[in-house]
Design a protein around this ligand. Sequence first.
Ligand SMILES: [Fe+2]
Ligand SMILES: [Fe+2]
Length: 708
Amino acid sequence: MWRELFSYSINPEVFLDVGNLWSLVHTDQDRGLEVAALRQESTARWSDLATRLSAGQRRKAARFVLEQSAPVAATLGATLHSLSAPGVFELPEQLSAMALLADDVGAGAANCARADAFRAIARRHGIDAAAAPPHELAQDRRINDSLFRLPGAILALSRRSDAFGAVLIGADLAQRELGCLPSWSFAAEVLGAPEWERLDMAIPQTADSLPAGETPLGLARALADALADTPDQQAQCATGIALYLALIDEWDRTLFDLTLAHLDPRLSMALLLQAKAREASVYHENFKLEGESLRDWLSKARKDPLPLLEVLGRSRIIRKGDPDKSRFATQMLDYGGPMFRVFNDGEIAIIRDWITDLGQDDSWPHPDSRGAVLARLAATFVAPRSEIGQGDATLGVTPTGIRQAYFTLQGRALAPATRAFAAEYCEFWLAKARKCIDATCRSLPVDWQPGLLREWLLDTHDHHAARFEQSAETEIPSREAVIEQSVQLAPLTLIDGAWLQGFTDIALASSRVGAPLFKTYWDELGNGAWDMNHPKVYRGVLSAMGKELPPTGSLEFAHHPDLRDDSFQLPVYWLAIGKFPSSYRAEILGLNLAMELSGVGGTYRNAHRFLQHYNLPTIFVDLHNTIDNVSDGHAAWAADAIDLFISAIEDPDEVRKTWSRVRAGFESLDPVARICGNLDFFTTRSKAPGKPVSAADALHHVPPRMNA
Ligand SMILES: [Fe+2]
Ligand SMILES: [Fe+2]
């Protein structure tokens, strides 16, 4: 079932091995489809249909299009939502991809993603099912399974952006080139509503997510062009374009045929018979229709339901034109009847409409016969060729040292063995953090109450400021010490934002709790502007100190002799927990508050004093002292995200448990060694036999590096 692929891939933490994934999603994509021709053909198809229908039928068709296209709408933006990774934080092309994503998800405003625009349209027209969240859509049997194929494939590929990054960039470009789907243009014309334009991926939907003068289409083209110097990636990008076009073409044709069926009572009934035939054929051996057992008719109906529809229509259990006098629609469905509760309300409506229609002239609205439409649909209704599964549990790397761990976790996707390591590292670190709760005066309040956190935030900020005032006279460390400390902070600062990595997922980034986290992450990476990118700004500071370090995602960086082993301990925790936006959401929320609050008011101002004293750039600390501010900056957003998260929980016990997880996350920024003991994971844990990590492994963990 395609809906299962969709449902499975909604989870931002899932892993599918490359071979399994490709065998699931690839299709007959080498058909030389072109965007312009595809758009023209589809537009003609829907426009032609509009001319053949009455106003009432057009409305019915448009509403059906909305209902059935909800899974595709729910994945608008998913092509690029998993590209960002610490190892490629500073690449200008990655920032362009983030700018596109920020525009798609509403740039950190809750419920403002393109998918939300679709939901607003659906709600406005009373189609609440189409406004449901993705996991509910997957359960909605009214939505045809084959229409989950395209969105399921895009979501699944997005979970392996390390292997399919260029394919996703190609698919994204094709989607934006296509613009508003012709089926949506058809529905927009019939139903009207101001939000439709936001479903056109070629047009920006937020005021200033994109660089001035840029359009999503222009940026998507530039992203694809950046792959041009690498033939392999260029080929993958072309595969992504072809794959998207093949899947959207199939999706559009299927939706069109299903719409025809939805408008036609006879075809709707034929599809219903076909859908029920397998289950029903078990029961009807003794019931004869025109000399043949119903069981045999049903067996044949699995391939072609039209002959059964004909004989059923002529049978004694049907009174043409009058469902109330037809046994098939009355006694047989009632309590005690042979088909009691076999059909749901929607299906009973199909049966009744069909019987009513049998009493009228045939009004089939399309030049293609019903048989032709049914045959086309039958050809589309094919299940995936292989099972969904993450593959071999031994896949992935189990690091044996802290530097290897830092290198291995630079990407996003976690193969099973690496995932097990990352989870173990998080547990190790959080166990240390839990020991520190209430052991110092900096811990979060013991209980959570509405409004308390903001108050506590201001108190803590005052405290930071008071400490800064007291320390104003303290001795300034030596220039060498200032530089050495800055260098040792590089493994952490060059992955600024890594703990929030998982919140780029389209559903999380536009959720109430996730939106402020996405907005923070988007700020850390410079809002699409390379010169505002925090890791890049920090490199500038290091450079002014005469320190040049290799790219963060490289083996050379992880093994750089100037960096101490213990300088990687906290960064590895950030890298690990950032991969678990669902499993460790409460802890990430606490960590995020600790991080955003840690420097404001005090430490950053002290650092400013030291740096200024030696005429070194203060921009990094100045920038953070303002952007992380407690009134409407990152620290305030962090507190808001926690309050939103906890206030949605009803059970007081659950509130207490969640709050204590948030508190542990808060401590986890800086567990106090004298309280919690040694923070070296690799000496305190027995070493699992790990595989050596080579530079080639980086390709398996980090999304593609594009050529500047
Ligand atoms: Fe930052
Ligand atoms: Fe920040």
